[in-house]
Design a binder for this molecule. Structure first.
Ligand code: ZN
Length: 405
């Protein structure tokens, strides 16, 4: 038995007047998703719990069966892992931008003119050691960078050095609790940022930028410090060899931290123009080598945050077209859900539960005829928490451990 889990980011929504009182998912033409629902079992998922507003990182952890209360200590590690940085328990990771500051360290541009490639900047800073803490710096996409601190006595309980706005001076990292580790981490990070600024100011790549009239990348604006905890791998936990197909870094990062392989797909961009069909086709092929494939599809979330209900509906139709590839697979469970709702009316994540369908051999097919928020309400799985999804799936796959004798 194999499984494909498709997480349509931000899929859930609320009724929209302009769509005749339907949600984008309910209003979309989705013959393939409807068929999977009709021949499967459905329900609603409260990814973090009833009424809780999930972040994308915490809700993915929950969907994979990892309690965010235990395993989540900030976003940085997921972003760093997502750009291919190897992390060890005890590390503190941050994410950020190459930014531009003036002589008084006032932020002029948070993305240094949307600098294209931060490689020469990251390379100049990578490997620095301060007070026995080693700093790894790696380029992300575009203006982004990842920073990993490695050594003894680190804490993620520090404030963001990135002031998150222009026209103000960069912040110093401050400890957020009274522990020695938090104080030490803040002090070392501030020394690193100061030293980095001196190096970046003199960098050749910046000389060139200034000549061209572009803002130089002369300061690391970093945020989201996160502690890397011991985390049992997905395979250890479920005995399933797993891989991830995603465009955006954060989701690859979650998968990598759980020990999943990351499969590259041409045209998987993490944007609404992403090639959903290529992702689904790649997943089906990868089932030869893997037991479990996690596919992340981002578009619906971004469109929800723009309040673009028409675009969201059309994007859902694009997912549906691609889902044709998933029909009729033998000995395979197809699970389609979301990490949270992103209602177009709110333009942000909400705590509304998300639709879930599980299609596969032997499921107790319920009365749900179409895939949608309110149809799934009537499904046989009822309301479950994100943390319940993997146990449910593993049981359906016939792999659940016997409790008792
Ligand atoms: Zn999300």
């Amino acid at each position: 038995m194999k499984a494909i889990l498709i997480v349509c980011d931000g899929l859930g929504d609320r009724p929209i007047k302009e769509l005749g009182g339907k949600t984008p998912l309910e209003g979309a033409k989705t013959p393939n998703l409807d068929r999977l629902a009709r021949e499967g079992i459905c329900g609603l998922v409260h990814t973090l719990g009833v009424g809780l507003r999930p972040g994308s990182d915490t809700s993915h952890l929950a969907l994979f069966g990892y309690d965010p209360g235990v395993y989540y200590h900030g976003r940085g590690p997921f972003e760093a892992a997502g750009i291919g940085m190897d992390l060890k328990p005890g590390d503190v990771a941050l994410r950020g931008n190459m930014g531009t500051v003036d002589e008084k360290l006032v932020v002029l541009d948070r993305r240094a003119g949307r600098i294209r490639d931060t490689s020469p900047y990251a390379k100049a800073l990578d490997g620095m050691v301060i007070d026995n803490i080693k700093f790894e710096v790696k380029p992300g996409t575009g203006h982004r960078v990842g920073v990993v601190m490695r050594g003894r006595g680190l804490s993620s309980r520090i404030s963001d050095p990135d002031p998150h706005e222009i026209g103000v001076r960069v912040h110093e990292a401050r400890p957020l609790d009274g522990t020695r580790d938090a104080k030490f981490t803040a002090v070392v990070l501030n020394k690193f940022l100061e030293e980095s600024h001196l190096i970046l100011k003199e960098l050749k790549a910046n000389e060139q930028r200034v000549k061209e009239g572009s803002p130089p990348g002369n300061y690391l604006l970093i945020r989201g410090a996160g502690y890397v905890a011991e985390i049992p791998s997905f395979e250890e936990r479920y005995g399933l060899k797993a891989a991830c197909i995603a465009g955006a870094g954060l989701y690859k990062g979650v998968a990598r931290l759980l020990g999943m392989d990351v499969i590259k797909v041409e045209g998987a961009t993490g944007l609404p123009d992403t090639n959903v069909e290529a992702k689904f086709r790649t997943a089906v092929k990868a089932l030869k080598q893997y037991d479990f494939i996690f596919i992340h599809v981002k578009g619906a979330d971004s469109l929800g945050e723009d309040g673009n209900y028409k675009g969201k509906k059309e994007f859902i139709e694009k997912i549906d077209k691609a889902a044709k590839t998933l029909l009729g697979l033998k000995d395979t469970f197809i699970v389609i859900t979301a990490d949270h709702s992103t209602p177009c009316a709110l333009k942000m994540h909400s705590g509304d539960p998300v639709p879930l369908l599980i299609n596969g051999p032997g499921v107790r097919v319920d009365e749900v005829r179409e895939y949608g928020e309110r149809n799934c309400m009537k499904g046989g799985l009822g309301h479950i928490r994100g943390l319940d999804l993997m146990p449910e799936l593993v049981n359906l796959m016939g792999r659940a451990r016997l409790i008792g004798a």
